[in-house]
Design a protein around this ligand. Sequence first.
Ligand code: KG4
Ligand code: ZN
Length: 325
Amino acid sequence: MKTVFAIETSCDETGLAVVEDGTRMLVNDVASQIPLHAEFGGVVPEIASRQHTEIISQMADRALQQAGTAIDAVAVTHGPGLMGSLLVGVNFAKAFAYAKDLPIVPVNHIEGHIFSPFLCGAPPEFPALALIVSGGHTMLIMCRAPHDYELLGTTRDDAVGESFDKVARLLDLPYPGGPSIQRAAEKGDPQAFRFPRAFEKSDKLEFSYSGLKTAVLYALRDKPDAVHADVAASFQAAAIDILIIKTKLALARTRAPRLIVAGGVAANTLLRQRLNAEIEVPALIPPIGLCTDNAAMIAAAGYSRFHHGFRGDLRLTPNPGLVLV
Ligand code: KG4
Ligand code: ZN
């Protein structure tokens, strides 16, 4: 049995976790900074890194005390993300690993999301198609085996979560936009507006979300008395529809035997309902609390990397633009 202590500070969540054998969460502590950034309508990088710095030591002490077990390796997110935020986690992990004489395992944040469905007792299963939908990414990835990935498609411009955040701002809804649009959409008519689905008819596995955001902007300008709940519901319907269309296309093309769906937008109720109703292969979707950023997923991916012999060293530095494939 191996126990991994993991640190995630790529954006605006400080995450510390202790996970056994990559699947059993002993501790998964996330301190969200949402209230600190909400008044600015988005993440302010300087505020994010200062807040990580202020709380990381006490959160780590608490996590290790709660877990009450020996640690075999330290996993840390080294990218992609915000430089100042990543630096806090990576430097903390290096200091901890050095002080305790433990191996350090660098983890790509996206790979953490890919492993997030496996934190509920079931071991990782590959091959799988992964749909990663977050504030920074919209990707279809063929996962042939652990750590063996092929990028099938991504977005040309905005990520899907980013479009929820931007449209929420247009509708004067609070940050983060995903949950507030979902709430507003519950009272709206998803057919009130027919917003564009980019590349709907194309056989390319590509996404684009900036046109959808602009369509919402024009709809609000042309119809100033539009019911905001209808706009939110119609936007959400279009944003989710194209994820379903492209995922079905990728499943047909790859014949992947299972689908992983992860990242903050995987918390979306409409997406979860449509996946359950329309996808024929088993869909592995983490519980809502593990969709948004957390350190348990970094421990899960880190454990697998550790098991496969990957190691970092004290020269490790963050890479804000780190790519998975
Ligand atoms: O994975 P995540 O926590 O951070 C990144 O790696 O980006 O994802 C955050 C994103 C935000 O854009 C947020 O608006 C979106 O996930 N999100 C949602 C929902 N909950 C969070 N989008 C749609 N519906 C939700 N329920
Ligand atoms: Zn994320």
